[in-house]
Structures are given as C-alpha cells and as structure tokens.
Design a protein around this ligand. Structure first.
Ligand code: BGC
Length: 738
C-alpha cells in the first residue's frame, strides 16, 4: 500500500481535500504531497494515447489504432482486450495512470460528429467491447474510463442540451452498455457527459451518478467530469461527482469555503476524496509491466478486423500484380482518425499509395480536391490513369473537417465532387472498387450500384493503409461486420424527426427503437443491415439447438445456443455468428428482435464447427416502468441465429413460464389494469360484495369505452358500488405506491 487512506482522511485539512477533488492543470489530479498522496496523470484517449502538456497542444508520438467505429466493427472482444493491453503499455511508458476511454455512447443518428469514437447503435456490442478494452488496460495496472455518461449522442449544443428520454429507453438502450461494462470490468473511472439528462446536468444528476451508477450497479470507482462539464461544484459533489477536471479557477477554494460555511458537509467531501484516494492508492501500488510505445503490427491487425466488405461481385481480391488505377486523394493523404480530444500523433503512418504499390502495378491520380471543390481536370486525369488499368480502386470518404468533436453533420452524403468522380469512373468500363474512409456512416444507396466492390474501412489508424492493401490483394480477410444500420437515406433513421432538437432540448421520441430496432419495427428497407459484412469465403449455418439450465424465477437462467457452422468456400475466413431474440408478445411494445449474443470464429476451408453462444436472463428482459426494474414475461421467445440481423436462417423456440409479476397497481391504474390483475380485482370485488351485496360490473360495451380510465375516479361516481376505502385497502395490499 502506497499510503493509508484512513490516515490521510483523518489528517488532511478541508482545503487539501477540496483541492484533491478539483484537479490540477489540464491532466493531473492534485494529490496531497504532504501526506504522501501523489497526483495521477490522466490522458485521452480511446484509440491511442494523447499526451500533451496543454489541452490543445500536439501530443507526443504514440500508436494510433483504428477509432471505435472500426474497432467495434471487429465484433471481437479478444482484439479489444489486446488493444487495451497495448494502450496500457503505452500509458506506462508515458507515465499515464488512467486512459480516458473508451467512449460508448449509442449511435442514435448517423449525423453525430463523434460517431467515429463510438462503437455501435446496439448496447450489447458497445458494452461487451468496452468491457474488453477496459479489462486489457486494467489487467496491466492502468485505469480505464468509460465515457460519456450518459446520453451524449450528439455534439450540437452538447454542453447544455437537455436529452429528454423515457426511463425504459435509458435502461434498455442508453445506459445498458454502461451497465454491462461497469459490472463486467469495474472501470477505475466513469466520465460524466456535458449534457442534461431529463432536466438535470449529468454532472449534477444524483439519479444518474448515485442512484443508478452506485446504487443499482454497485460502482465503487471515481466519477470524473468531462472537461468543463461542471457548473455548480457543490451541487456536483452532492450528486456524486468525485473529481472535476480540468482545474477551474477558484473551485477548490469555493469547496473549502462551502464546508466552512456549513453549505456542504465535510462527509460529502470525504466520500469523494476517499474514492480518489482509493484510486490513487490502486494506481500507485499497481504492478505494471515495462512500458512500450509502438504497436504498429497490432494496429494493422485491428484495422484488418475493422474493415467491412459490403459488396463484391468477385473483383476482390485483386489478382497478384494487377494493373490498378489508384484514384482518390485519401490514397496519398490518409484519413485515419477523427479530430478533437482523441487526436493521436502517430509514430508511423502508412499510405495506400505505398502499400498497394508494393503489391500491384499502380498508377495514381488524386481524382478530387479534399476541400470539396469540384475539379473536372482532376476527374479527367483520373480517367486517363484508368485507361491502361484492369481495375480502379477509388479511395473516397469524409474529409477531416466534416466530422469531429463539437459539431454534427447536417447530411450523410459523401462530398459532391467525390460523387461526381464515382459517376465518371463507373463509365470507364473497368470494375470500380470503392474504399471508404469515414468515421460516421455515409449514404451509399444512390451510387453503390455503380461499383463492383465496396469496402468500408472506417478510420483505420496508422496502419490502416497497410491492412487495406492486404485485404485488397487477398493477403488477409476482411472480417468486420456493421455495428450500425446503413439506411437508404438519412430520413429513414428512427431518430430523424427529432435530431438534434431545438431550443436546448432533444426528445428521444423513438424510444427503444434505435437503429435496427426501429428499422425492423418500421419494416424499412436498408442499404446494408446491422451485422452485415462479407468475406472472401462463404459459410453455411446448420442445426440450432437450445439447452437451458436454471430458471427465470431463481434468476440463473442460462441458455446455450449451439449452431453448426461450415466454411463452404476455398479460403480460411471469419464469421460472426449473431444470435437475436425475437421477443414474445409482451405487455409493452418491444423491438421485433434484439441482438443478445455473438461470437467471432475463424474456420479453415471445409471446416465445420459447433459454435456456442450463451444467453442469460437479461436476453429476455425489458424494463418495466411500473415495476421500476427489468422483468421477464411468460411466452415463447424465438432465438434466431445467422450472419446478420436480416438473415437469420436458424431459429428455435424457448418457452418461459414466469409467475405473474407482483402487482404494480397504483392510484391512477386504469380499469383495464385492475381487471388484468385478477387477484387484486377479486379482493376489491370481495369488499364490494361484503358491503353492498353486489360486484362491480360493466357491460362489454361499457368496458370498451371506459377501460382506459383510472378506476378510482370512475368507480366512485354516484351510484357506484366501490368506495375510496375499498380502493385504498386493496392498494395497501397489492399496490406499488403504498
Ligand atoms: C471530451 C472528452 C475528453 C476530454 C479531455 C472533452 O472535450 O468530451 O472525451 O476526454 O475533453 O480531452
């Protein structure tokens, strides 16, 4: 133990504790040197270390991995763990104690400026991948920090917008990934978001930071503010925000003064300080391996797994030494990461122009201006370069300036000058392979037919271009799958009507129907569905079997979903077996199906393997608003398996029998709700009969008319057989609110 936490708490002055919870400079905690408590160093970020002296100065060189949009597409927690381990080694070399990542906000709209930093539109994927990265970091003695907690799904007005979200939507979608990662990986830190959640700033939201995070999920680490997210430090401390970052003028003094004035109890300050001391102690006594900067090969492997092959008429992989017209400025000026707080200064940077030239006979032309300006001469030059080529590889995507922290896009198209280039290239009479470099999804539907192949490379990090050359030439397999739906048009996304809100408010009116959940509910055609991705081989799914143990009642239900998978092609390749649960009819509206398990497997040509995906009770649960908890209802659930959300060739049924939920009747419960609760209703009838000799009865027609009215108000009209005392008495026994 580096120091004794209790001793420090007993010895520290109020001023020292106040300074401890307020941070020092841009990147350090304050520590209490007098009592042997060292400061901690924090650094961004999720896909590579950004160690700077000042907030916005250039970072020292470090490995730049693919951003989360790419890493997520790997659907491979084992890879995320290895990236976490490498980040830890780089952090150790740079003297960093906590890495400020991963970011796991849900991709609610493709327009969000930070989608490149987030994993998915689905919380299971976001949560499991985040947990793996955090595990990789922390098993090497470096802390991880989940961010941005919570509901930071847009950059527009991000420092004050009020996200108005129903609790069920929060629990099932926007908090669910955090819950999974918090409970599975116990991150050293959680960073609150800038925005408001249902009226209260996340930094001052005691429901979020204390009731849910600590109460429901048992979190015992440190909650840190996003940089500059705290308005009222005292309110934030009381709500459960332990550490404010960066250092803000006069804050520590204000906290100490509030304690002196009796406006803040010293106990509240001590609770936050104690958590910080425990973390500092953990960091100071961690057994860490030797630090190392430079993980280019792992960055390459991660980029390989990040790429999603969306279309291929057989042109890929390219023939050895193919004559290639390599078109597009991104081949020479790679687009490999996003802008903002996650910007890494890479030690090395591969360019496709070099990596592909080493493998093919390449003629290069830029084809378009990065500024977006249309330049017909560049298009002509590209067509000239294509004249002698067998195949055109066009490197398109989003320019650096179009996606970054701090703002959202207003459309999801590629720049017009690139669109014009594709149209011209497609008329050259050669197969056109489009490689996309972008962090957020782009519309492809109106030009994809003009291509022979489409490879979504996301922002592939420093070795992305090497990985690309390997995939294009078939040295390696593209094994990524979409973690977000590619809609036909922006207008098709479930959030389109409400994003990004106005007048300081954004309504999450689509509820839990985010991403594929919404596209499926609306039966909307998509460009490429959630989970989709091709490889260079093919797979066959046979025979699904379900084996369940435990039960819902004892909350230890486990279902093993076994699928027989065969590689039917001639190359080794990867498949992501995805398991969805088609929800049984429920008392609330539920998504058609939800991803509940997945596993990535590599199979040799002709190899057959039994793949097992495990499901727990949470795979069947939804958040019941009246019961204020996750519940499972009786019914037959279809468990479907296959290569993506819209191709699920195997399915089996699982019947779950669950005792009736305890009553959630309350003062305002409707006649229909009372009648649905036979026990409570019978108790009510018994009282009516005892007093008046009559049951409370309604004709069928009358029932239809009044079923939606609160019973208490309807039943007590003059001439009714029920009294307020009857209702109170039954509620006392069966109701939720009493
Ligand atoms: C970002 C965080 C980041 C922090 C420190 C904020 O603007 O939202 O993700 O960790 O800055 O750079």
């Amino acid at each position: 133990m580096a120091f004794d936490v209790d001793h420090v708490l007993a010895e520290a002055t109020t001023e020292e504790l106040a300074a401890l919870v307020c941070g020092s400079g841009s990147w350090h905690t304050t520590g209490i040197p007098r009592l042997g408590v060292p400061p901690l160093r924090l650094a961004d970020g999720p896909h590579g270390l950004r160690v700077t002296e000042q907030l916005l100065t250039q970072a020292v060189p470090a490995t730049c991995f693919p951003t989360a949009a790419g890493l997520g597409s790997s659907w491979n927690p084992a890879l995320l763990k290895r990236v976490g381990e490498a980040l830890a080694h780089e952090a150790i070399a740079l003297g960093v104690d906590v890495v400020l990542g991963p970011g796991l906000n849900i991709k609610r709209s493709p327009l969000c400026g930070r989608n490149f930093e987030y994993f998915s539109e689905d919380p299971l994927l976001s949560g499991t991948l985040s947990a793996a990265l955090v595990y990789g970091l922390q098993s090497n003695g470096v802390g991880g920090c989940l961010k941005h907690f919570a509901v930071n799904n847009q950059e527009t007005d991000r420092m004050r917008v009020d996200a108005v979200v129903a609790e069920r939507t929060l629990r099932e979608i926007y908090l669910a990934g955090f819950q999974r990662a918090v409970t599975a990986a116990a991150p050293w830190m959680v960073m609150c978001s800038y925005n408001r959640v249902n009226g209260t700033l996340a930094s001052q939201n005691s429901w979020l930071l204390t009731d849910v995070l600590r109460g429901d999920w048992d979190y015992s680490g440190v909650v840190v503010s996003d940089w500059g997210a705290v308005y009222d430090r005292i309110a934030a401390l009381i709500a459960g925000l332990d550490l404010e970052m960066p250092q803000a003028q006069g804050r520590a003094e204000a906290v100490a003064a509030a304690v002196e004035a009796g406006e803040l109890s010293r106990e509240v300050l001590e609770v936050a300080a104690e958590r910080l001391l425990a973390l500092t102690d953990k960091a100071a006594s961690a057994v860490r391996p030797a630090g190392k900067i430079g993980h280019h090969d792992l960055a390459r492997q991660a980029a390989l797994e990040s790429m999603v092959l969306l279309r291929n008429d057989g042109v890929l992989p390219l023939a050895p030494q193919a004559k290639v017209a390599l078109i597009g400025a991104f081949a020479a000026t790679p687009r490999y990461q996003g802008s903002g707080s996650s910007k890494v200064n890479p030690r090395e940077l591969d360019r496709l122009l070099d990596t592909l030239s080493a493998r093919c006979d390449v003629t290069y032309a830029p084809g378009f201006r990065l500024s977006g300006e249309l330049d017909d001469d560049l298009i002509d030059e590209a067509l000239l370069a294509a004249e002698d080529a067998e195949v055109i590889v066009a490197c398109l995507g989003l320019p650096d300036a179009e996606e970054a922290e701090g703002f959202d896009r207003t459309h999801m198209r590629i720049p017009e000058n690139q669109r014009a280039l594709v149209a011209s290239l497609s008329e050259a009479g050669k197969p056109v392979v489009v490689v996309l470099s972008n962090g957020a999804a782009v519309e492809v539907a109106d030009w994809v037919e003009e291509t022979s192949a489409l490879l979504e490379a996301w922002l592939g990090g420093e070795a992305g271009a090497l990985a690309l050359a390997q995939v294009l030439t078939g040295e390696a397999e593209p094994s990524g799958r979409l973690t977000e739906t590619l809609g036909l048009r922006l207008e098709d996304y479930p959030s389109a009507l409400m994003f990004p809100g106005e007048s300081g408010q954004v309504m999450y009116g689509e509820g839990v129907l985010v991403g594929y959940r919404g596209f499926d509910a609306l039966e909307r055609e998509v460009a490429f569905p959630f989970g989709f991705g091709l490889g260079y081989t093919t797979f066959r799914y046979d025979s699904l079997t379900l084996t369940d143990t435990g039960s819902v009642v004892t909350r230890d239900l486990r279902v093993a979903v076994s699928v027989t998978l065969t590689n039917t092609g001639e190359r080794a390749g990867a498949e992501v077996v995805q398991v969805y649960v088609r929800n049984a009819p429920a008392s609330v509206s539920r998504p058609v199906r939800e991803l509940r398990g997945y596993t990535k497997v590599w199979l040799e040509p002709g190899e057959t393997r039994t793949v097992i995906v495990g499901l727990g009770i949470d795979a069947f649960a939804f958040w019941s608003t009246p019961h204020e908890r996750f519940v499972v209802e009786s019914g037959v659930y279809a468990i479907e398996a296959g290569p993506h959300s819209r191709d699920l060739p195997l399915s089996g049924g699982l019947r779950l029998d669950v005792p009736r939920l305890p009553s959630a009747l309350h003062d305002e419960s409707t006649i229909a709700e009372w009648f649905a609760d036979t026990e409570a209703m019978e108790a009510l009838q018994a009282r009516a009969v005892a007093r008046t000799g009559e049951r409370f009865a309604l004709s069928e027609q009358m029932y239809t008319v009044v079923a939606g009215q609160p019973l208490r108000r309807f039943a007590m009209f003059p001439g009714g057989v029920l009294t307020a005392e009857d209702v109170d008495a039954v509620l006392a026994e069966y109701g939720r609110s009493v």
